[in-house]
Write a protein that binds this ligand. Structure first.
Ligand code: ASP
Length: 305
């Protein structure tokens, strides 16, 4: 008798609004467990009750393991959590055929981009989130999770992708462009005018201290003591412009200074700020948050070599 080939899927839960416990006053991101929210979806797929047990489900053509490495609001996704997520995803990529990650929507861009840059991840990974909590009538987590699961089952995805609101979105292009609505995410059009590929990195043991500094027309140099930093990303204006006193201040630093922009879809040019002259690095189409992820990985690689 031939052996049944089941796709082995792992769900990694990290918290977020998609698993929030809430009442009429507000909610706590990640307050609920996966089965509290999605148990009924799994029922729809008719698990084999004899073979399934707690956190392990067997279906006709796939199996599902549910793992919760941590459960936080993604606004708390610091370097330690990012590294832990990378570690868990790499571990799962050795054991499973596909990974689905439930995540908060606030830093979905950074986490998806971070995972997409890791050399060790060679299987399909879909991250998903929700914009409304389970107790809200607009809850979008069920549709998003179902979409992520169906995409994992039917597609041949071998990279890191984000599934939101019926769309599969590339991490490098992903933008959360508004704070409400199921359609809060889109892809940056900037990448259509300049294709940009990135080097991949091995997961480092630690990430260096890099900060994003937001700039507007009024810059106060005396606010910043950046001695302990290993790198800076500037969220400048427009094409990455900065006021003159900010250019002077950052040009003097002895650490890498990356120029990005606060606009939703950056295209950083050297037309108004001469990167060569000041020793700045152009973030091209990367948002400040994603430029920070790339800079941290690039610097941690360097320090290990
Ligand atoms: N603050 C929440 C989070 O990022 C928002 C969300 O998930 O939509 O965890």
């Amino acid at each position: 008798m031939s052996k049944i080939m089941r796709k082995k899927i792992c769900i990694l839960n990290t918290g977020g609004t998609i698993l929030a416990r809430g009442d009429k006053n507000g909610y706590e991101a990640g307050g609920l467990g996966f089965l509290d929210v999605f148990g009924s979806i799994l029922e729809q797929f008719k698990p084999d009750t004899k073979k399934s047990k707690k956190d392990h489900f067997v279906f006709a053509n796939f199996s599902l393991d549910i793992i919760t490495p941590f459960s936080i609001g993604s606004q708390d996704m610091d370097n330690a959590h990012l590294l832990r997520l990378g570690k868990e995803a790499i571990k799962a990529s050795k054991k499973y055929d596909f990974i689905i990650i439930t995540h908060g929507s606030d830093t979905l861009e950074e986490s998806a981009f971070f995972l997409s840059l890791l050399k060790e991840i060679k299987i399909g990974v879909i991250l998903t989130a929700s914009m409304y909590p389970p107790n809200d009538k607009n809850y979008d987590g069920t549709d998003n999770l179902e979409f992520a699961l169906k995409s994992a089952l039917k597609s041949d995805i071998k990279s890191v992708i984000v599934a939101m609101n019926g769309e599969l979105l590339e991490p490098k292009k992903l933008i959360k462009f508004k704070s409400w609505g199921k359609d809060a995410f889109c892809q940056s059009l900037a990448f259509d005018i300049g294709i940009l590929d990135f080097k991949h990195f091995s997961l480092p043991k630690a990430l260096p201290k890099v900060a994003v500094i937001y700039a507007d027309g009024q810059f106060y140099p005396s606010l910043y003591n950046l001695k302990s930093l290993k790198g800076v990303v500037l969220a400048g204006m427009g094409s990455g412009t900065l006021p003159k006193n900010a250019i002077k201040f950052f040009a003097k630093l002895k650490i890498p200074v990356v120029r990005s922009s606060r606009v939703a879809m950056p295209k950083i040019t050297s037309k108004e700020v001469n990167d060569k002259k000041y020793g700045f690095i152009n973030a091209n189409h990367l948002s400040p948050a994603k430029a920070k992820v790339l800079l941290m990985l690039a610097l941690s690689k360097k320090s290990k070599d």
